[in-house]
Design a protein around this ligand. Structure first.
Ligand code: ADP
Ligand code: RBF
Ligand code: MG
Length: 429
């Protein structure tokens, strides 16, 4: 345990599924397809919704709750449902991606020598299987199993008598990190589910939630000390931990605190900022039609790309606002050069969109539109999480400010690593 002031966090405890690795979509799919064949009268939507509510618990407890919620007692017993779903969930060879920002956070805390524990509802055996997934092998040469090497203690669901929302697993993690019970408030817990948050808070820990449930259910996270949109947005210094060093400030664009921004660190922020991505992401596809609101309502046209074929790529990014470059590589506007672009990749909370969209605003004027032409975008940096606004004017003002962040960062050459993408800048322009 590190010596530190009272009330400042000295160690961090992580949940695994939905917090560090993205297993939720895979589990949901297995649950939906299993139950669908058993009980025809429940819709996919209802199953999915109930499955979400059961997240965070140990498998059998989640199965019990699921059977109750969907009144499955006449068709299946919880243990049997679990076995059936389990047959579909052989993790071997499956690609389980990291949650966006997880590795950056773990790497940073490791470098700063902050003790870390894993407190997962998954059993040890299941954990070992998940660590054999192919998720991390390709990009950075690391293996999925290497994820465990960040932790000073690993606590699994089958090592405790009671699972989350009971606090026992967090007590065990604290014990293994050498933290006394009365110092629980100095452990910072990262959780993605309401059950996990309840467990952490009952243990007396400080808890931040990064919800894996849909926005409509955000009320369920009220018990958390702070709720973030993604791991990219965490301000560790708010909890007395070392401050991330990779944000870059744009000293010509003044920072203005948004309504409802609860963070302490933002009280001292003066400038807007951005975070260069570890790996730039290339998104290519035909420009599709959206709702037409960009130009009509906001005076800001966005050349939307279809998310469906790009799903795997954009799941690597936290929903949010990014900037980078764009080029049009087929159609009438081919060879018009490289254009700076600022884009939203997410659900546009102001409009409450149900589906994700990719919306790049190219920072130059075009005489004509370019629907169906091929657009290639190189996403280089993260600016902020998506947010809601009280008026459309505020949304417009914020988007224009994002554009200034992009312009300034690129004018001043603040984004490193563009050299290795030379081919992208030279091809087809
Ligand atoms: P939609 O909802 O169909 O995307 P928008 O109002 O957002 O409608 O307009 C987007 C279209 O406007 C793009 O598909 C593109 O053809 C055209 N366009 C013109 N100028 C720009 C620009 N600077 N950035 C992005 N798209 C532009
Ligand atoms: N929509 C939101 O609801 N919240 C945002 O914070 C937000 N930020 C944006 C930032 C940029 C740079 C751009 C280009 C768009 C943003 N939008 C945001 C998306 C906007 O709602 C969308 O482009 C229009 O709805 C057009 O479909
Ligand atoms: Mg658009």
């Amino acid at each position: 345990m590190r010596e530190n002031d009272e009330n400042e966090c000295c160690c961090v405890i992580f949940d695994l599924d939905g917090t560090l690795i993205n297993t939720e979509a895979i589990v949901d799919e297995a649950v939906v397809s299993t139950i669908k064949t058993m009980k025809k009268s429940v819709s996919e939507r209802e199953i999915f919704d109930a499955a979400e509510d059961c997240r965070g618990q140990r498998p059998l407890e989640a199965s019990v709750e699921l059977c109750e919620k969907l009144s499955l007692h006449d068709v299946v017993k919880p243990a049997e449902l679990l076995t059936k779903c389990g047959e579909k969930l052989q993790w071997d060879g499956i690609d389980i991606p990291d949650m966006p920002g997880a590795v950056r956070l773990l790497e940073f805390l490791k470098r700063k020598k902050v003790p870390m524990a894993l407190a997962t509802s998954t059993s040890r055996k299941e954990l070992e299987k998940k660590m054999k997934s192919t998720g991390r092998t390709s990009d950075d040469g690391k293996h999925r199993g290497d994820l465990l090497s960040y932790f000073d203690a690993i606590c699994c669901g089958d090592e405790v008598a009671k699972g989350k929302p009971d606090p026992e697993i967090f007590h065990l993690a604290m014990e293994r990190l050498g933290v006394k019970r009365e110092d629980a408030g100095r452990c910072l817990v990262f959780e993605d589910t309401p059950h996990g948050v309840s467990a952490a808070k009952s243990a007396g820990c400080c808890c931040v939630a990064v919800p894996s449930l849909r926005r409509e259910k955000f009320d369920m996270y009220k018990g958390a000390d702070r709720v973030y949109h993604s791991l990219m947005d965490i301000e560790l210094e708010d909890f007395g931990l070392p401050k991330f060093e990779d944000w870059k400030e744009v000293k010509t664009v003044e920072f203005v605190k948004e309504d409802g921004d609860a963070s302490l660190s933002s009280q001292t922020r003066k400038y807007e900022r951005f975070l260069k991505l570890d790996a730039f992401l290339e998104l290519t596809g035909p420009v599709i039609r959206g709702f037409g609101r960009g130009s009509k309502m906001l005076g800001i046209p966005t050349a939307n790309l279809d998310v469906v074929p790009l799903k795997q790529q954009i799941d690597k990014l936290a929903p949010g606002i990014y900037f980078g470059f764009a080029k049009i590589s087929s159609g009438k506007h081919k060879s018009t050069g490289i254009h700076r672009t600022v884009m939203s990749i997410g659900y546009n909370p102001f409009f409450n969109d149900k589906r994700k969209s990719i919306e790049p605003w190219l920072l130059r004027e075009f005489e004509e539109d370019f629907y169906d032409e091929t657009l290639s975008v190189l996403v280089c940096a993260y600016v902020r999480a998506e947010c809601n606004f009280t008026t459309v004017e505020n949304l417009i003002e914020r988007i224009r400010k994002d554009a200034r962040v992009c312009e300034e960062a690129l004018d001043l050459d603040l984004v490193e690593g563009l050299d290795s993408w030379k081919h992208w800048f030279e091809d087809d322009v």
